[in-house]
Design a protein around this ligand. Structure first.
Ligand SMILES: [Zn+2]
Length: 70
């Protein structure tokens, strides 16, 4: 099961949740009820470790999408 990381825009609360891709993602912060943002997982790129070129390439990409989501 994939792990999703969520971040509350309102209070800054950050947590991880395991759930199926078909399951409904949490929309509200369990602490304050604020709007949750999904954080792009950092673990998914680990497979490419060892290839410096590829890793750099991936990092740039992931940084881009991360900035986009926040
Ligand atoms: Zn919150």
């Amino acid at each position: 099961m994939p792990t999703y990381e969520y971040f509350c825009e309102n209070c800054g609360y950050k947590f991880e949740k395991f759930h199926d891709m078909t399951a409904k993602p949490p929309r509200k912060c369990p602490k304050c009820g604020g709007v949750l943002k999904r954080v792009i997982g950092e673990g998914s790129g680990i497979i490419f470790k060892g290839s410096g070129f590829y890793e750099t390439d991936y990092k740039n990409k992931s940084l881009g999408s991360r900035a986009h989501s926040l």
